[in-house]
Design a protein around this ligand. Structure first.
Ligand SMILES: Cc1cn([C@H]2C[C@H](O)[C@@H](COP(=O)(O)OP(=O)(O)OP(=O)(O)O)O2)c(=O)[nH]c1=O
Length: 239
């Protein structure tokens, strides 16, 4: 297989971190940021929030992607502490509150991932928008890291839409008020779920991580790899 026969991966995200991580796979890559609605009902479980938001982000890019051979990838990350969902902080005050709550203890990070296969030729274009409502297909577990489900299939049996999540646990060491203030002044926390970046200077506050580093950073490459294999796309077929 050469580069031309591999469908483009379209990353439905404005996140530079997700782009950086996805580019590690070495597959043909494009970015189309998604404008999807990211609200959710309060009763949703974390697994559902991130899976559905990842799918919504990917769906929103379908009309922009056009008709061609491609896979749209959407992702979403939340931090959960004592059952409370921490998204991105609205301002420095919220950032300080989040970091004060996270320091000296463990929390969970959930990252959702969704893939939608697009086909150029109508005959194979099984994906119709109404199919996206289909639920309840095969579910594949990835040990205790997470799982993904195949949500619809093409007539040829090719999985068209997949969505899933990973779950990791991150433990912060205790932080002083000065450390929290100093960290906020670096600007790193402001565009990140939970107000920290495990991949940046925030790493100095991390005591340990149980789970997947790249999931905490925003894109589970291991989960994505498993999904892409279902489309017969592998980074190891290149060259
Ligand atoms: C916990 C944590 C989150 N994050 C980031 C990943 C995500 O970019 C962000 C969570 O917000 P998201 O809403 O998941 O993503 P986004 O708005 O940045 O990008 P898009 O919706 O366009 O895909 O927080 C880190 O970079 N490091 C971390 O350690």
């Amino acid at each position: 297989m050469n580069d031309n026969s591999i469908p483009s991966i379209i990353l439905a995200s404005g996140s530079p971190r997700r782009r950086e991580l996805l580019s590690l796979l070495g597959l043909p890559l494009e970015v189309i940021p998604s404008e999807a609605d990211e609200s959710f009902p309060p009763e949703w479980a974390p697994e559902r929030i991130v899976s559905e938001l990842a799918l919504r982000k990917a769906e929103a890019v379908i009309p922009l992607a056009g008709k061609r051979d491609a896979v749209i990838v959407g992702s979403d990350t939340i931090v959960v502490l004592d059952g409370r969902v921490l998204g991105k902080p609205a301002n420095e005050k919220e950032s300080r509150e989040m970091l004060s709550a996270l320091q000296g203890r463990s929390h969970k990070v959930y990252t959702g991932l969704a893939c939608i296969r697009l086909w150029e030729r109508e005959v194979n274009a099984a994906l119709r928008l109404e199919e996206l409502g289909t639920r309840g297909g095969e579910t594949i577990k990835l040990g205790d890291l997470g799982q993904f489900s195949i949500l619809s299939e093409s007539p040829a049996g090719t999985p068209a839409v997949m969505a899933g999540y990973t779950e990791s646990r991150v433990t912060f060491r205790p932080m002083s008020g000065e450390e929290i203030g100093g960290y906020i002044r670096t600007g790193e926390p402001l565009d990140k779920a939970g107000s920290y970046g495990i991949q940046g200077i925030g790493s100095v506050f991390i005591e340990k991580i149980e789970g997947d580093f790249y999931s905490v950073m925003g894109l589970p490459l291991n989960l994505l790899y498993q999904m892409l294999l279902r489309y017969s796309i592998s980074p190891f077929n290149i060259g």
